[in-house]
Design a protein around this ligand. Structure first.
Ligand code: PLP
Length: 388
């Protein structure tokens, strides 16, 4: 079916990209091939489908879709964002060293610090928003750089083109976690990155109803190596969740437009609020990474963090919210708030959190697609209630 398709735009790719429909029946949606195995006519025929860990048609449709959306050669779907990141880190071997952005997702920090370190793979957190600092940290052992831009949870922006150039000059594989932006707002492979990973649990799924991870590679060779790792280690996404994720991706652009419109209003409101001491949002003109982000992304996205002035009790603030739920995760249609120090970033030791600016009073907000006036009213009453 796909060779008949004619379209140019990203919105059309969201709907018609990858493998569209089912040639067998004409169904406009790829069926859920809920099967572990496939009957073979005879031995030695080299069949396309043999076993669902190796490949499944529903998962394959999702994998083709995300590869197309990220402008890559190969997409791979995993049972979670961490399974995707683990598969990518499995490209490396004992003695290799990986540089990461200084504020990255807590789980990525944890898997490097507590799992891969045991296999002799070391890491260092560097400020990738400072090109000179990043380049200085490159030693002969360094084999890759893992960047988040904007990074979690302080929204620090890294110049993707610059980091990819430096990485390649030193023979590193450039990897980025594009969870916060999605390919609708930012396409890192276009800036020279080799691998994009996603927690598809977030905006791509978009409805807080599944856990999934995706990887896209710029070239076929890395894609083949990662497909081998995916099949060997087995952290694949099941057919039903693959179907749900395709369904989520279809509406990515319309959801993101509302997320971002709400986020821009919320960030402006928070910045003007005298009870708020600091707002971290890449869409604010006075945010340090504003210009770099504007060059490489469509806009500032819908994630932000902020701090209340010291005369507020943060626990009263969290418990006082009525519409916005206190929960891990982000990117769903509902607005969520979280406390990075005890939740998403608790795996990072206190001293390191302090050094990189994840204070005990930092509040992270994932703006949903509700009516913005309702969200602002909820924030307002919770802030007022939390005054000491
Ligand atoms: C949530 C998240 C992850 C981990 O993904 P899971 O699907 O929860 O395993 C990785 N990176 C970022 C930026 C995330 O927000």
């Amino acid at each position: 079916m796909s060779d008949k398709k004619i379209y140019q735009g990203f919105n059309s790719a969201l709907i018609h990209g990858g493998i569209y429909g089912d040639p067998l029946t004409g169904a406009v949606n790829v069926p859920i091939y809920q099967t572990s195995t496939f009957e073979q006519e005879n031995i030695g025929l080299g069949v396309k489908w043999e076993y669902s860990r190796t490949g499944n048609p529903t998962r394959a449709a999702l994998e083709a879709l995300i590869a197309e959306l990220e402008h890559g050669q190969r997409g791979l779907a995993f049972g979670s964002g961490m399974a995707a990141i683990t598969a990518v880190l499995s490209l490396f071997k004992s003695g290799d060293r990986i540089l990461t952005s200084s504020n990255i997702y807590g789980g990525t920090f944890r898997v490097l610090d507590k799992v891969f370190k045991n296999f002799g793979i070391t890491y260092e957190n560097v400020d990738t928003s400072d090109a000179a600092a990043f380049e200085k940290a490159i030693t002969p052992e360094v084999k890759a750089v893992l960047v988040e831009s904007p990074a979690n949870p302080l929204l620090t922006v890294t110049d993707l083109k610059q980091v990819a150039e430096i990485a390649h000059r030193h023979g590193l594989i450039a990897i980025t976690d594009n969870t916060f932006m999605t390919p609708y707002l930012q396409k890192p492979l276009d800036f020279g990155f080799d691998i994009v990973v996603h927690s598809a649990t977030k905006y791509l799924g978009g409805h807080s109803d599944l856990v999934a991870g995706l990887v896209v590679t710029k070239d076929k060779d890395l894609g083949d190596r990662l497909a081998f790792i995916q099949n060997s280690t087995g952290g694949v996404l099941g057919p039903f969740d693959s179907f749900l994720l395709i369904r989520g991706i279809r509406t990515l652009a319309v959801r993101m437009d509302r997320h971002v419109a709400n986020a821009e209003k919320a960030a402006a409101w928070l910045s003007k609020n005298p009870e708020v001491s600091k707002v971290y949002y890449p869409g604010l003109k006075d945010f340090p990474g504003y210009e770099v982000n504007a060059r490489q992304a469509k806009n500032g996205g819908a994630m932000m963090s902020f701090e209340l002035t010291p005369d507020h009790d943060i626990k009263t603030f969290f418990s006082g919210l009525k519409l916005i739920a206190l929960a891990e995760s982000l990117g769903g249609v509902e607005s969520l708030v979280c406390h990075p120090a005890t939740m998403t970033h608790a795996a990072i030791p206190y001293e390191i959190r302090q050094r990189i600016g994840i204070t005990d009073t930092l509040i992270r907000l994932s703006i949903g697609i509700e009516d913005i006036d309702d969200l602002l009213a909820d924030l307002k009453q919770a802030i007022e209630r939390s005054r000491i």
